[in-house]
Every structure is written in structure tokens, then in C-alpha cells.
Ligand binder design. Structure first.
Ligand code: ZN
Length: 212
């Protein structure tokens, strides 16, 4: 069921170089100055999203090779724990056949949907391990994290998570204490109940003795 995700292990710097070499048209603005593009910051996303970005670019590059419509990325970043992949469209002047406007429009809509889909996928994909998660986004003090709970707890050495991991640990301890208290009350209730039953039995037994 799990799809192979070879890109997820690739460190950010290496992934950046790999993507620019593999898709030069899509990342043609990567090394332009910051006065012109935010793409100069590179891939401002966790390695867990590498595969999503690769799969998206493979699709967009195929469209480019067939139509001359180039999706040029302006910025790749994370916001509120989800991906924001900004781009603009350019047309390859040297492309042999010119598309009619309405056909171009259909392709541009397709591109927009593909980018949307990748952004939505990143919303529930861990930025560290690349696995999908099904719990709510973890947020502390208005800061929303792009990671799953497991990675968050595992990565306590990372200063970004240290504070949060401690809070989660405290919460779990608190929950554990609550649970123990609940069990104690339940036990007491049961003990009390058995005591009442025992007393009733005893009373019944004595009454019987008196009657007979
Ligand atoms: Zn994870």
C-alpha cells in the first residue's frame, strides 16, 4: 500500500540541486536575486515533502514538454503547517506548435489543480518522515507545526520541538494521573459495593437465623 518515496531521505541542499538540474525550466528563477523572486530562498520546506514536490514537478514538466507551457516557480515554502507553492506561467516561444487560447486555458487550469492537490497533500504529510498523519495539526502559541506527533516526540533534541515535547510529556503525565485517580475511584466504588453486598448478605443470614 505504501508508495516508495525515494526523495524523502534526500537532504534539503541536495534535493534543491537535484530539482534544479532535473527541471531547469521550472526552476529557472532559482538563482535570480531576491529583488526579482522569492525562489532565491530555495526549498523552504521539510524533507518529508520532497516526494510531493518531485511528483508534482514531474507532472508539470511533462505538460511543458508536450505543450510549451512552463510552470515557473516563484516560491516553495511552508505556512501554517501546509505547503505554499507559488508559480507563474510562461510560454516557450520556440515550441513548434502554437496552442489555441482556449486549449492553453484548459492546461493552465489543470496545472492550477495539480498544484492545489500537492498543497493539500502536504497538509497531512509529515515534513520530517513524509508519512501521512490523521490527527489534528499540532500547534503551540499560534505556531502550527508541519510534523506528525511521532516525529515531534522523537525529535526532542531539536530546539524547535524541545518546548513542545516537554509540554506534551507533561500533558500525558497529567492525563496519566487523572486516569489513575479515575481507577482509584472505580476501585473504591467497587469495594464499597462489595462491602454493602457483604453486609446485606450478613444481615439476611442473621435474620434467617433469628427466624428459624
Ligand atoms: Zn513524522
Amino acid at each position: 500500500m505504501n508508495k516508495e518515496k525515494p526523495m524523502v531521505k534526500m537532504p534539503n541542499e541536495e534535493f534543491d540541486k537535484f530539482m534544479c538540474q532535473k527541471f531547469p525550466e521550472l526552476f529557472q528563477d532559482r538563482n535570480k536575486p531576491m529583488s526579482e523572486t522569492c525562489m532565491c530562498w530555495g526549498f523552504d520546506t521539510g524533507e518529508g515533502w520532497n516526494q510531493i514536490l518531485y511528483d508534482l514537478c514531474e507532472k508539470l514538466d511533462f505538460i511543458r514538454s508536450q505543450t510549451g507551457i512552463i510552470t515557473v516557480f516563484d516560491q516553495i515554502k511552508e505556512k501554517f503547517g501546509g505547503g505554499r507553492f507559488y508559480y507563474h506561467i510562461e510560454y516557450d516561444d520556440k515550441f513548434p506548435c502554437k496552442l489555441q487560447d482556449h486549449i492553453r486555458e484548459i492546461w493552465c487550469n489543470f496545472i492550477s489543480e495539480a498544484v492545489d492537490k500537492a498543497e493539500r497533500e502536504s497538509e497531512c504529510t509529515c515534513g520530517i518522515c513524509g508519512e501521512q498523519y490523521f490527527h489534528d495539526k499540532i500547534s503551540v502559541g499560534g505556531w502550527v507545526y508541519d510534523t506528525c506527533k511521532d516525529c515531534m516526540l522523537k525529535d526532542t533534541g531539536n530546539s524547535r520541538f524541545k518546548d513542545l515535547a516537554e509540554r506534551l510529556e507533561q500533558k500525558e503525565k497529567r492525563d496519566d494521573r487523572l486516569w489513575q485517580l479515575k481507577c482509584k475511584i472505580e476501585r473504591m466504588k467497587n469495594e464499597e459495593l462489595s462491602l454493602v453486598e457483604k453486609t446485606c448478605d450478613e444481615i439476611e443470614a442473621r435474620t434467617k437465623t433469628i427466624v428459624t
